[in-house]
Design a protein around this ligand. Sequence first.
Ligand SMILES: CC(C)(COP(=O)(O)OP(=O)(O)OC[C@H]1O[C@@H](n2cnc3c(N)ncnc32)[C@H](O)[C@@H]1OP(=O)(O)O)[C@@H](O)C(=O)NCCC(=O)NCCS
Length: 174
Amino acid sequence: MSRAPFLVAPLDAAHDRTAFNSGSEPLDRYLREVVTQDIRRRVTACFMALAGGQRIAGYYTLASASLLLADLPATTAKKLPRYPTVPVIRMGRLAVDQAFKGQGLGGALLADALDRATRSEIAAYALMVDAKDEVVAAAFYRHHGFVALSGLPLTLFLPLATVNRVPKNGHQSL
Ligand SMILES: CC(C)(COP(=O)(O)OP(=O)(O)OC[C@H]1O[C@@H](n2cnc3c(N)ncnc32)[C@H](O)[C@@H]1OP(=O)(O)O)[C@@H](O)C(=O)NCCC(=O)NCCS
């Protein structure tokens, strides 16, 4: 768990996005320049962890998506109906500011995303992620129980039926 208290809330325009520095320029630029348009167009939802009530310490995005049944490992696919696609929720991006890395925040944001996906009234089989690289990102997700698609090592999923649901409401503290 994180040592500092963080509040998780939907991204809003009141918070300064320019100082966010995860060490990944594409993830920082997305938060600075693109995410508000994507939210307006309803193609993504974005949640941020606030430190001290003001500073963005981390963020992640969620949107609906689907996976091809044929891309799932055979042991998983055989337990699912024979539809060509499987509904999932996609965590397109996850980033923690360098000042807050290694304190449990990335893991806590992932748990928050899993909790939101599990609580949704719209059915989804799994949370899926697109890891941006093998060494850091895919390893982080595998550490948390995610499994890669057949032949696609950077696309990983975790069935939501395996996630323990924690009752929560409104803004959440990590
Ligand atoms: C990957 C990232 C989100 C991790 O965030 P973090 O806050 O530093 O990670 P945490 O401190 O929450 O780590 C939680 C757990 O994951 C483990 N972990 C962290 N990074 C890991 C990695 N790269 N590989 C394997 N395990 C990892 C930690 O050891 C810890 O394990 P524990 O709970 O068993 O003690 C962060 O490094 C980051 O923002 N990286 C740049 C962007 C990125 O790669 N995003 C990934 C999605 S594309």
